[in-house]
Design a protein around this ligand. Structure first.
Ligand code: URA
Ligand code: ZN
Length: 366
C-alpha cells in the first residue's frame, strides 16, 4: 500500500524572505503582544490592527519552509509520497514585471527540494498569473520538462477576473495539451461583510470553514457556466477541500442552469455538458473534508477513482504543544476508513493508488 498526500504546502525560503520584506497583506512579521513568534498574514480579513495578534494570521515556523520538517511529518503519519505546492496567495500579489522571474525561481527551488528526497516528493508548480498571458504559458511549458512537477496550483482569481475569464484560454489550452492537472485552491474567501461585525471574535472559523469552500464552489460554477470544459474537454482539475460544496450542490447547480430563461434565450444550453458529466470526467477531488458524510458526497459525485488523500500540512497543526501526531490528519484517515468500510480496494485507491496513476508518480518508496 502506498500513501500519497496531494494537498500539502511549502513556502520555500525565498518566498518567506519576500513575505518578510512586505508590510501589507500578504506578509510575515512579529507583533508587540507576542514578540517571540512570527505570524503569517495572508487572508484579506485577518489584518485588523484593532484585534489581538492571535486573531491576526497564524504563527509560522520551520514547518512552513523547512523541507526536512515536511518529511518528518510524512514519516510520523506514514505518508510515502507528498506532492507539495506553494500555498496561497501564490504570486497573485506581485507586479506583472516581477512575476515571471519569481515563478521561475520558486519552481526551480521547489523542484530542487523534491530532488533531495528521491521518490518521496513531487510538486505542483506555481504560475506567474499577474504577468502577461504569454509569460504564463511559457512557464507552463517549462514546468512540463521539470523532473518533479506534476501540474500547477492556482487560486480562484486567475488573471484577476476569475476562472471564467476567456483570457485564460491559452493557459487552459497549454495545460490540456500537456496533460497538466490544475490543483484549484481557495484563498480569498468571501467578502468580510458576510461574516458580520463580530467575526474577529471567532478566530478563523468563518473564512476557513465556509469562505474557502464557497469561494471554490463559486469559481468552479463560473467555469461551468462559461463553458471551460465544453471548450477544453480533457482539462483535468483537482479541487481542494473535496470540491468546497460542489458535490452537495451539483444537482441544484445543474437544475438552476437548466431552468434559466436567459441562458436558453442566448442559446447557451445547447451542446452544454451537464455538471455531472464534468464531475465524472474532468474533476478530481481531494479527501480533505474531515468527515464520512463529506467523503461519501465526493464519491457519489466524482467516483472513488477520482478522490485523493491530502492533509493541508502545515495548516491545522495540533493546538496542544506536546502532540506529535496531527488530529487533523488522523481525522481524515478515520473518515476514509469509515467511508470505505470493507472496500479495501477503494480505500487504497483513495489513500495513494489514484494519485500514483493520475499524477504518474513512482509509487515505490526509496
Ligand atoms: N489552508 C490553506 O491552504 N491555506 C490557508 O490559508 C489556510 C488553510
Ligand atoms: Zn491548502
Amino acid at each position: 500500500m502506498v500513501i500519497v498526500d496531494i494537498h500539502t504546502h511549502i513556502y520555500p525560503p525565498i518566498f518567506v524572505s519576500l513575505l518578510r520584506s512586505r508590510t501589507t497583506v500578504p506578509y510575515i512579521r512579529t507583533f508587540p503582544d507576542a514578540p517571540d513568534s512570527s505570524r503569517l498574514i495572508i487572508l484579506p480579513g485577518e489584518d485588523d490592527p484593532t484585534t489581538p495578534s492571535t486573531s491576526r494570521g497564524r504563527p509560522v515556523g520551520p514547518q512552513y519552509w523547512d523541507i526536512a520538517e515536511k518529511v518528518a511529518f510524512m514519516d510520523t503519519h506514514k505518508i510515502d509520497i507528498s506532492v507539495i505546492s506553494l500555498a496561497n496567495p501564490w504570486l497573485d500579489f506581485l507586479p506583472a514585471e516581477e512575476a515571471g522571474d519569481a515563478a521561475r525561481q520558486i519552481n526551480d527551488d521547489v523542484d530542487g527540494l523534491c530532488a533531495k528526497y528521491p521518490g518521496r516528493l513531487y510538486a505542483f508548480g506555481t504560475l506567474p498569473l499577474s504577468a502577461p498571458v504569454e509569460t504564463v504559458v511559457k512557464e507552463v511549458e517549462r514546468l512540463v520538462g521539470m523532473k518533479h512537477m506534476r501540474g500547477i496550483i492556482m487560486g480562484t482569481s486567475g488573471l484577476g477576473k476569475g476562472l471564467d475569464d476567456p483570457a485564460l484560454d491559452p493557459i487552459y489550452a497549454a495545460l490540456e495539451k500537456h496533460g497538466q492537472v490544475i490543483f484549484l485552491h481557495p484563498h480569498y474567501g468571501l467578502p468580510g461583510s458576510v461574516y458580520g461585525p463580530r467575526a474577529s471574535e471567532y478566530g478563523h472559523v468563518l473564512p476557513l470553514a465556509l469562505g474557502f469552500p464557497l469561494e471554490t464552489t463559486i469559481a468552479v460554477t463560473r467555469m461551468l457556466l462559461s463553458g471551460v470544459w465544453d471548450r477544453f474537454q480533457k482539462l483535468q482539475v483537482l479541487i481542494a477541500h473535496s470540491g468546497g460544496t460542489l458535490p452537495f450542490l451539483a444537482g441544484r447547480i445543474e437544475s438552476c442552469i437548466k431552468h434559466d430563461g436567459h441562458l436558453k434565450k442566448e442559446g447557451k444550453l445547447k451542446g452544454r455538458r451537464p455538471v455531472w458529466d464534468v464531475l465524472k470526467k474532468n474533476i478530481y477531488l481531494d479527501a480533505v473534508i474531515y468527515s464520512e458524510v463529506g467523503l461519501k458526497a465526493a464519491v457519489d459525485a466524482s467516483g472513488s477513482d477520482r478522490l485523493l488523500f491530502g492533509t493541508d500540512h502545515p495548516f491545522f497543526p495540533p493546538l496542544e504543544e506536546q502532540a506529535t501526531e496531527w488530529a487533523s490528519v488522523n481525522t481524515n484517515y478515520q473518515a476514509i476508513g469509515a467511508a470505505f468500510g470493507d472496500d479495501e480496494k477503494s480505500m487504497h485507491d483513495v489513500l495513494g493508488n489514484n494519485a500514483v496513476t493520475i499524477l504518474n508518480l513512482d509509487g515505490r518508496r526509496s
